[in-house]
Every structure is written in structure tokens, then in C-alpha cells.
Design a protein around this ligand. Structure first.
Ligand code: FES
Ligand code: FE2
Length: 421
């Protein structure tokens, strides 16, 4: 692996003086009061990505999104006017959850003409208007126009659907800022073959973001993924990023990716050679518009050895764009201070041949193996952080994005507390 140059200041971290270089306090990952503050100050205030437009292909398509962290469940639906709207998943009669199947806590999806409450059959149209009240005459001065579903801010960026529970939040494009702008035009809409993983992980949500915001651990924790000789070489080199960029509250890391295809085929396992694929994705780029040239925000260092950019849109959405022409998303949905639901989606241009399909499958299962190695480690970390035997931890220059994440989360909480007086 080649060596990559750091910025003029000498280190990435010192390039952002507000981050400091001191050890970082991880009490924010074990303290229930801190978690409660994050729920209010972060998850009820920022734009959250809840899915893609392809999940709502036609009028009446809907899905629900459980947002335990924000104490609600939402329903996302495409209306007759083709617009996508978000509502609290709550019936205006007596507060029953409106859309669910056998288990009230499980997310559901489908297509419908209207929503009917299971309790007393009040009905709502796709735009959220209350259209039918059972035994309406029994009510007192009830004007149906006043009892539509409670709506939530909803905006779409490059096909990604975002919601915001704060009615006063700045528009989505402003929130995503320069890092978002730099990705506009990437052919996300062409990559509609999706592989999905979901797991409940026994760690604070920020710890999993930490694990994906640095690759310092990769040659160590994931060494079994490469052949023995290659793993030893990678361990000897260590990891250096091509580039980091911080546009608070968001950030990105740009990384080397010499494995797709590998310089020397003996670096990789036989199945990868046969299927021309591996962790870094299929070796052959799909033949679509929009990958050459890439949008300006991708591979910002313009490096020949570039392999993947990982963008972290605060608080809990990661978007990874891979050199061979596919992308990956991560979401971390907190359910408690020491638990969260992790979701990963891999997106490819639909396979045209059986070999292409197997190349995608191999990338997807290889990815799952990696993610398990990470998740397992996090649960071990969480249990020991809880001991409070040590509360501050030294972070190196390749862990700059972690330092930034914990600072940003802390700043949101602090600003919110200050504003509340
Ligand atoms: S709670 Fe929905 S109709 Fe009564
Ligand atoms: Fe990892």
C-alpha cells in the first residue's frame, strides 16, 4: 500500500484546531442521561434518512419507519399527486398506531388506496386527510378537516428520503451542505438491485459509527479476510487515508482500494478470482452513464489508488461510494443507550448475467462477514466502557472522524441545553 500525504499542518487532526488532540471522553456512550439528551437535541432536530424513492414506486406505496429514538413511528406514502409525504403513524381518534400488521413494533410496507384504523375504522386518504368517521353523528362538533394525520417534514435528495421532526429546521439541502452537493449527479437511481441486512447490536449507536469511520482497525480485526501473506503485508503497512474532509456536522474519509481488481490475483481467495468480486465489490464496472467523470465530491484527492469514499451525514446515515460502481448505506437507529438497530444496504446496477449476479452475491456475503466481526467487537467494547474504570481514550490521526463525531454530538446536546436555559 502506498503512503499518502497529510495536509500541510502536519496531521489531519491539527488541521481542525477545534477538535484538539486530547484523549476523548466516552461517557457519552454509557450515560443514560446523555442518551436522553441526544434523543431530544439530535434525533428530534436533524434530518434523518429513512429510505429511497424506489421503495415507494407508485401512488399508494407506503412503508413505516420505527423511530424509537424519537419516540414515534412514521408512515411514508406516495400520494395521488406523486408526492412523498411523512406522517406520525397515529390515528387521530384515540391514538392507536395506524399502520401495522401482526406485531405493532415491526415495520411494514405495501400498497393501499387509503389507511383504515384497526380500532374503530377511521379512514385517511394518501394525503393524510381524514375521510371517514364511523358513526360520525355520535361525535360533538367534529370537523373532519381538523383531524388529518399529523405530518412530518419530508424532503428528497438524490432519491434519498429524509424526515425531520423539527418543523423549524433549515431545508434539507442546506443541512447536507457542501458534502451533499459534491455527490449530486451520482447515478444512485440506476443502482436498484439491493441487498439488505439488519441486526440489533448491543452497543451505543456512536460506537458502530466509530468502527466504520476509521480503517485503522481493518488490517488487524479483518486480517482473516485476505490470504495469509497479504494480511501480513497489510498489517505491516498499517492504514492511511487518502483524504479526510470535515464539514460539520458531516464528514468523509477517502480510502485506498487496491483490491478491485487486485494487482496480483494470488492476493485474493479462489472464489473471488472465479466470480471477479470481493469485499471491494465486483471487479467490473457497470456500463452506465454518470460514473465517468464522477461528481466532484467523489475521490476529492483525485488519487489513482482511490477505492471508496465514506460519507457520514450526521447523525446516523453513512453513504459509501465504491470505485467499481456501486454504493452502500449504513443506518444506526438507537433503541437505548447501549443498543441500536444497525441496517446495511448494498446497491448494484441490476445484474444482466448469472455471473454478474453471483459477483453481487459474493460482495454481499463478504460484507456481512466483515460487519459481524465489527459488531461483535462493539458489544465487547460497550461492556467494558460501562465499567467506568477508564473514561478517556487516546485517538490517533486516523481516528479524526471519531473525535469529530463525539464532539459534534456533545455540542448538539450542549447547545440544546443552553437554549433551554
Ligand atoms: S383509535 Fe383509530 S379509529 Fe379509534
Ligand atoms: Fe471493520
Amino acid at each position: 500500500m502506498p503512503h499518502f500525504s497529510k495536509p500541510a499542518a502536519g496531521s489531519w487532526t491539527e488541521h481542525y484546531p477545534e477538535l484538539g488532540t486530547r484523549p476523548v471522553d466516552y461517557t457519552d456512550s454509557i450515560d443514560p442521561a446523555c442518551y436522553a439528551a441526544e434523543q431530544t437535541a439530535i434525533f428530534k432536530k436533524t434530518w434523518l434518512n429513512v429510505g429511497r424513492v424506489e421503495q415507494l414506486p407508485k401512488t399508494g406505496s407506503y412503508f413505516t419507519k420505527e423511530l424509537a429514538v424519537a419516540d414515534t413511528s412514521l408512515v411514508l406514502v406516495r400520494g395521488k399527486d406523486k408526492r412523498i409525504r411523512a406522517f406520525h403513524n397515529l390515528c387521530r381518534h384515540r391514538g392507536n398506531k395506524l399502520v401495522w400488521n401482526d406485531y405493532p413494533g415491526e415495520e411494514v410496507k405495501g400498497t393501499c388506496r387509503q389507511f383504515t384504523c384497526k380500532y374503530h375504522a377511521w379512514r385517511y386518504d394518501l394525503e393524510g386527510n381524514l375521510t371517514f368517521v364511523q358513526q360520525e353523528k355520535e361525535f360533538f362538533d367534529l370537523d373532519k378537516a381538523d383531524f388529518g394525520l399529523k405530518s412530518v417534514r419530508c424532503e428528497v435528495w438524490e432519491g434519498f428520503i429524509f424526515v425531520n421532526l423539527d418543523p423549524d429546521a433549515a431545508p434539507l439541502s442546506q443541512y447536507l451542505g457542501e458534502l451533499g452537493k459534491g455527490l449530486e449527479g451520482y447515478p444512485f437511481h440506476e443502482m436498484t438491485e439491493v441487498f439488505t441486512y439488519k441486526a440489533e447490536v448491543g452497543s451505543n449507536w456512536k460506537l458502530f459509527i466509530d468502527a466504520f469511520a476509521e480503517f485503522y482497525h481493518a488490517p488487524v480485526l479483518h486480517q482473516k479476510q485476505a490470504t495469509k501473506e497479504e494480511a501480513e503485508k497489510l498489517l505491516g503497512y498499517g492504514f492511511e487515508a487518502l483524504h479526510y474532509d470535515i464539514r460539520s456536522p458531516h464528514s468523509m474519509i477517502s480510502s485506498w482500494g487496491g483490491m478491485s481488481p487486485p494487482k496480483d490475483p494470488s492476493m485474493v481467495k479462489p472464489i473471488e478470482r472465479v466470480l471477479r468480486s470481493g469485499l471491494f465489490g465486483p471487479w467490473d464496472r457497470p456500463d452506465i452513464e454518470g460514473l465517468d467523470p464522477l461528481p466532484p465530491g467523489v475521490n476529492p484527492a483525485g488519487h489513482r489508488a482511490w477505492g471508496v469514499d465514506s460519507f457520514h451525514f450526521f447523525p446516523n446515515f453513512m453513504l459509501l461510494i465504491w470505485a467499481p460502481g456501486w454504493y452502500l448505506t449504513y443506518h444506526y437507529w438507537p433503541t437505548a443507550v447501549d443498543r441500536h438497530i444497525f441496517e446495511a444496504n448494498l446497491y448494484f446496477v441490476p445484474a444482466k448475467t448469472a455471473r454478474e449476479r453471483l459477483a453481487h452475491e459474493l460482495a454481499a456475503v463478504t460484507f456481512k462477514e466483515y460487519a459481524l466481526q465489527d459488531a461483535n467487537t462493539l458489544e465487547a467494547t460497550q461492556t467494558m466502557l460501562k465499567s467506568r474504570a477508564v473514561t478517556e481514550f487516546p485517538l490517533n490521526d486516523q481516528e479524526i472522524l471519531l473525535r469529530h463525531l463525539h464532539k459534534v454530538a456533545g455540542d448538539y446536546v450542549k447547545e440544546h441545553a443552553d437554549a433551554a436555559g
